[in-house]
Structures are given as C-alpha cells and as structure tokens.
Design a protein around this ligand. Structure first.
Ligand code: SF4
Ligand code: FES
Length: 258
C-alpha cells in the first residue's frame, strides 16, 4: 500500500511545530501505524535525518502510551482500537494520513508526537489507590463480590490511561478517565475506606492540572479504545455528591455505598 504520512514535527516544547509530508510507497496492509512509523524512522535515520519521536510500549493495547491524533480522531478511525492496534488496512491505498499529538492544555507537547501525560499520573496519585491490606490473590478471591458488580468494576478497570478521552473532548476534560478510576475502586470492598476522600481529591487534582469541565458531549466515550461508558461519569458524580454526606471512616458499616 502507498501512503503519505502528514506528521507533526516539533523540535521541543517551545519550538513552533508544523506538518511535514513523508511518502511511504511500500507499506504492508498488515502493518500497524506504529510499524509504519518504525519503517519511516529507519529510513530517515539511514538518510541522516531526525526520526519522528512517538510514544509506545506494549503495542498490545494495554499500556496506554501510544495515543496519537490520526486524521483528527484520537487513535484513528476504528472504534475501540488503540493506535498500536490500528493497521494500514484500515485506510485506503493512496491515503494521506495526518498524524499529530493529542491536543490539550494539560498535555504539553514534548517533541513531535510525544505529549507529557503525567497530569493523569498525578490524578491517580491523589486518590487512585487503596490503603487496606488486600493479601494475595487467593485472599482477594475470598472476598465475596456479586458477579454483576465484579463485572462492572472490571469494565471500569479496562481504562488504560491513554488520554484519548481528553483529546476528544472539546473542553479537554479528563472526566471519563477519572470516572473509570473512581468507579473501579468504589465498586469493590477494598476501595471503600477511601471512597469519599478519593473522589474529592481526584476531582480537585483534575482541576489543578488544567483539564476542563465535563459538559456531556460524549466525544470521550466514542474515542475510548477500551469502551469506557458514560454511565461511569454518572456513577462518579453520585459519589461526588454523596461524599459530603457520608460519615467517615465507618461509612461502609452504615451501608452508605452501593
Ligand atoms: S477512559 Fe478510555 S480514553 Fe480515557 S484514558 Fe481511559 S482508556 Fe483512555
Ligand atoms: S503501545 Fe501500549 S496501548 Fe498502544
């Protein structure tokens, strides 16, 4: 397959960026977009040119590091597909594919296609943890959790922290990411001790990081490669409203959670 890759090049955070076209006349249809960038970079290196900087790690859709804006859509045109799992066959032969970094105030460009997404890490640090001893895996399995609740928690835990929801949102809000993390822990017994504090701290940190507010556009859900649903935002909002009413630390004993 033949493609033109129109790629955002930016030397460093302060430099002015621009799009540069690169021809790829011999791509395999089975290549992922990241592999196409690998091939391009190899050729550029051999020519003595500066290769394109981009983030990646697992290349299996599980680490969340590979987010790119492809033809104006976070992770590109295929639903529920991360950039590393997006193959050349998803495009038409001869296409011009525009590749740029995620755009958000809280995600400053580091170089070319790499953005600094450490703001999401700091939101996790603010409350995305449990302090109780959970024991080993067999002990965790001994804590009875209704199947429906466990499945819902697993759905929320599928969030890979890629930031596509932020890039897709007109307000650059991290609410879907936050809702996934708050819901995942809040649904399980191990997550109850910090449940009220968690949502307050994580939302406060999101605001400090410069993310926008959620105004229910739903673009985040459409862009999410892991199918995180908007209903988790409703669940988080309920936790946020209830957090002021829940007495701590014995909230669970009073049956305040559901
Ligand atoms: S909610 Fe979806 S889009 Fe947002 S960070 Fe998690 S996996 Fe990525
Ligand atoms: S490289 Fe890990 S999710 Fe794409």
């Amino acid at each position: 397959m033949k493609f033109t890759l129109r790629i955002w090049r930016q030397k460093d955070p302060r430099a002015k960026g621009r799009f540069v076209d690169y021809e790829l006349p011999d791509a395999s249809s089975d290549m992922s977009l990241l592999e196409a960038l690998d091939v391009l970079n190899e050729r550029m290196t051999l020519r003595g040119e500066e290769p394109v900087a981009f983030d990646h790690d697992c290349r299996e859709g599980i680490c969340g590091s590979c987010g790119l804006m492809i033809d104006g859509v976070p992770h590109g045109p295929r639903r529920s597909t991360s950039t590393c799992q997006l193959h050349a066959r998803s495009f038409r032969d001869g296409d011009v594919i525009t590749v740029e970094p995620f755009r958000a105030r809280a995600f400053p460009v580091v170089k070319d296609l790499i953005v600094d997404r450490s703001a999401l890490d700091r939101i996790i640090q603010a409350g995305g943890f449990v302090s109780v001893g959970t024991g080993s895996a067999p002990e965790a399995n001994a804590a009875a959790v209704p199947k429906q609740t466990a499945e819902l928690a697993m759905d929320a835990a599928a969030c890979i922290g890629c930031g596509a929801c932020v890039a897709a949102c007109p307000n650059a809000s991290a609410t879907l990411f936050l809702a996934a993390k708050v819901s995942h822990l809040g649904l399980l017994p191990q997550g109850q001790p910090e449940r009220a504090e968690r949502v307050l701290r994580m939302i406060a940190q999101m605001d400090r990081e410069g993310f926008g507010a959620c105004t229910n556009h739903g673009e985040c859900e459409a862009a999410c490669p892991k199918g995180i649903r908007l209903e988790f935002i409703a669940r988080m909002n309920r936790d946020y409203l209830m957090s002021g009413l829940w007495s701590r630390p014995d909230t669970e004993a009073k049956g305040g959670f559901s």
